[in-house]
Write a protein that binds this ligand. Structure first.
Ligand code: ZN
Length: 254
């Protein structure tokens, strides 16, 4: 048993009354929508940007994700409503898709006042891999789940905060450059992987995956932050730092 006093404030459940939730939703939607509309006026897409930012504010206010007591929380909603709008569009798409995925399980304890929306399961691209889009983390729990206090779920919660939450902030800070770089790296990396695979020891699939996905600077950064580099699935010879690693150790633990 974990006592309530032993929990961090962020882990406390949402105790707001319904009128308070609705008021926060209205205010966050107004603030987000106005910011989105203003940035949209500059570029001529104010209808799109105001709508996306307004709906994000509404949902995020209802779930109470923004940490209003810190500058980080204000930065999060302002970036989600302006520079990070491409990510926020992906986030809304994930919310909609997760309505149709059975038992996607939105996790209030992982989201409330944490500047992020976390689903235990839901839309995923493959197996246990979590999927971040804007301020949403889908399939955060993978095969393990984020509820409970087993060593595996404790580890998975650390991964969500260290790795996936970093992607949320990469999307906020680098804005559309994040999505563009990620996409270009994936395509160019796949081509480069196919070209170099005849000269590598690993299978073509592993080489392509390592160049196109694991060696993406945004992924490398996230895996390093989670102290999980090189990842188990990455090709030993191709993953960043492989040469340095092979000169200092013969075997790496998996
Ligand atoms: Zn990642």
């Amino acid at each position: 048993m974990v006592s309530v006093t032993g929990l961090a404030v962020a882990e406390l459940p949402d105790r707001r009354t319904t009128p308070l939730r609705l008021a926060e939703a209205a205010l966050a939607s107004g603030l987000g929508g106005l910011s989105g509309w203003l940035i949209g006026l500059v570029f001529g897409f104010e209808m799109w940007s105001a709508s996306i930012a307004g709906v994000n504010g509404l949902l995020s206010g209802l779930f109470g994700i923004y940490e209003w007591r810190t500058r980080r929380g204000w930065l999060a909603i302002l970036l989600d409503s302006t520079w990070g709008l491409v990510g926020t569009t992906q986030a809304l798409a994930l919310h909609v898709a997760n309505v149709f995925v059975p038992r996607s399980d939105y996790l209030e304890a992982q989201s409330y006042r944490r500047n992020r929306h976390v689903y235990d399961r839901g839309v995923r691209l493959r197996g246990a891999f979590a999927l971040a889009g804007g301020n949403v983390i889908s399939n955060g729990g993978g095969h393990v789940g984020l509820v409970g206090h087993s060593p595996a779920s404790d580890r998975r919660r650390r991964f969500v905060t260290a790795h996936e939450e970093l992607h949320i902030w990469q999307s906020r800070i680098f804005g559309p450059l994040f999505q563009a770089t990620y996409l270009i790296w994936m395509v160019a990396g796949a081509v480069a992987g196919i070209i170099i695979s005849p000269f590598a020891k690993g299978s073509i699939l592993s080489v392509v995956e390592t160049v196109a996905y694991y060696n993406n600077p945004f992924e490398y950064w996230a895996y390093r932050r989670d102290e999980h580099w090189p990842p188990n699935g990455a090709d030993d010879q191709i993953a960043w730092g492989a040469r340095r690693r092979s000169s200092t150790q013969n075997h790496r633990p998996h």
